[in-house]
Design a binder for this molecule. Structure first.
Ligand SMILES: NC(=O)C1=CN([C@@H]2O[C@H](COP(=O)(O)OP(=O)(O)OC[C@H]3O[C@@H](n4cnc5c(N)ncnc54)[C@H](OP(=O)(O)O)[C@@H]3O)[C@@H](O)[C@H]2O)C=CC1
Ligand SMILES: O=C(O)[C@@H]1CCC=N1
Length: 267
C-alpha cells in the first residue's frame, strides 16, 4: 500500500496519523485526511504536513486504502453516497465502534475488501492496542499489511469479529479508565501535600512501570501485587480499602456495560 487516506481526522484519526508518521511507515505526502472541520484539518496539516481536503471523495479516489474514523452514526449517511467510487482492489478500514462488517458491506457492497479495527488513543505515542478482523475478500497478505501499519504505533492482534465488542470494552475505551485512575492517584498525592505536576508524574510513571512489569515479566498480576505487599506493611492497608470499596467489581461491571453499549450500537 503506497497511499493511505483518513476520512475523519478527529481524536482517533489524528492519534493514528501521528503514530504512523512517527514510525516512518508512510511519508506525509502519501497520506490524505478528509474532514468537514477546518480546525481539525488545520491541526493535522500543521502537525504532520499531510494532504488535507474537505471532500471525502478525494480520499476514496486517490488512496490505495482508507481508514474511516467518523462517529458511528455518521458513517452510513456520509459514505453511502460515495460508495460507487470505491474500487474492488481498495482496502476499506473502519474503526467505528459497533459498526459490523455486514453493515459496512451494506454500505460499500459485499464484493469490497473490508477490515474492521478497534484501536485506542495511545497510538499517538506509539503504544496503541488494536483488535483487527476482516471480511473474506481481504487476503492474508493484505490483512498482514494492515496489521503492520497498526503495529507501527503499538500492538495489534487479529481477533474474531465476535470479540471486537470486548476489545472496545477493555482497550478501545480503556485509556479513559486508566486516565481516571491516574487522576485519582494524583488527587490523593495532592491531598497529602504533593504539588500537582509532580503528582501526575508519580502517578503516571507508576502506571507505566506496572504495565511494563506485566508485559515484560509475564508474571500473573496478582503475584506482582503480592510482591509489593509487605506483611503488616503499608500497601496491604490500601489494598484492603480498594477491596472494601469494590475496585475490581466496579472495573468488571464498567467494562461489561461498555461492551454491551458496543453491541447495542450495532443494532
Ligand atoms: N476516540 C477514541 O478513543 C476512539 C474512537 N474510535 C472510533 O473512532 C471514530 C471517530 O471517533 P473520534 O475520533 O473520537 O471522533 P471525532 O469526533 O474526534 O472525529 C471525527 C471527525 O470527523 C469529522 N466529520 C464529521 N462528519 C464528517 C463527514 N461527513 N466527513 C468528514 N469528516 C466528518 C468531525 O468533524 P466535527 O467535529 O466538525 O463533526 C471530526 O473532526 C468513532 O467511530 C469511534 O467509535 C475507536 C477507538 C477509540
Ligand atoms: O467512546 C466511544 O464510543 C469510542 C469507542 C472506543 C473509544 N471511544
Amino acid at each position: 500500500m503506497k497511499t493511505l487516506g483518513f476520512i475523519g481526522g478527529g481524536n482517533m484519526g489524528s492519534a493514528m496519523l501521528g503514530g504512523i508518521i512517527k514510525a516512518g511507515l508512510l511519508k506525509s505526502e502519501d497520506i490524505t485526511v478528509a474532514d468537514l472541520s477546518q480546525a481539525a484539518l488545520d491541526k493535522v496539516k500543521e502537525a504532520h504536513g499531510v494532504n488535507v481536503t474537505t471532500d471525502s471523495a478525494d480520499v476514496i479516489k486517490n488512496c490505495d486504502a482508507f481508514i474511516i474514523a467518523l462517529k458511528p452514526h455518521i458513517v452510513a449517511p456520509a459514505l453511502k453516497p460515495l460508495a460507487e467510487l470505491v474500487r474492488e482492489d481498495q482496502l476499506i478500514i473502519s474503526i467505528a465502534a459497533g459498526k459490523q462488517i455486514c453493515q459496512l458491506e451494506e454500505i460499500f457492497g459485499s464484493d469490497k475488501k473490508i477490515v474492521r479495527i478497534m484501536p485506542n488513543t495511545p497510538a499517538l505515542v506509539g503504544e496503541g492496542m488494536a483488535g483487527i478482523c476482516s471480511n473474506k475478500n481481504v487476503s492474508a497478505e493484505e490483512l498482514d499489511e494492515v496489521k503492520k501499519i497498526f503495529e507501527s504505533f503499538g500492538e495489534a492482534e487479529i481477533v474474531t469479529e465476535k470479540l471486537i465488542d470486548a476489545v472496545t470494552g477493555v482497550s478501545g475505551s480503556g485509556p479513559a479508565y486508566v486516565f481516571m485512575f491516574i487522576e485519582a492517584m494524583a488527587d490523593a498525592a495532592v491531598l497529602e501535600g504533593m504539588p500537582r505536576p509532580q503528582a501526575y508524574k508519580f502517578a503516571a510513571q507508576t502506571v507505566l512501570g506496572s504495565a511494563k512489569m506485566v508485559m515484560e515479566t509475564g508474571m500473573h498480576p496478582g503475584a506482582l501485587k503480592d510482591m509489593v505487599c509487605s506483611p503488616a506493611g503499608t500497601t496491604i492497608e490500601a489494598v484492603k480499602v480498594l477491596e472494601e470499596k469494590g475496585l475490581r467489581a466496579a472495573v468488571i461491571e464498567a467494562i461489561h456495560e461498555c461492551t454491551k453499549k458496543s453491541i447495542e450500537l450495532s443494532k
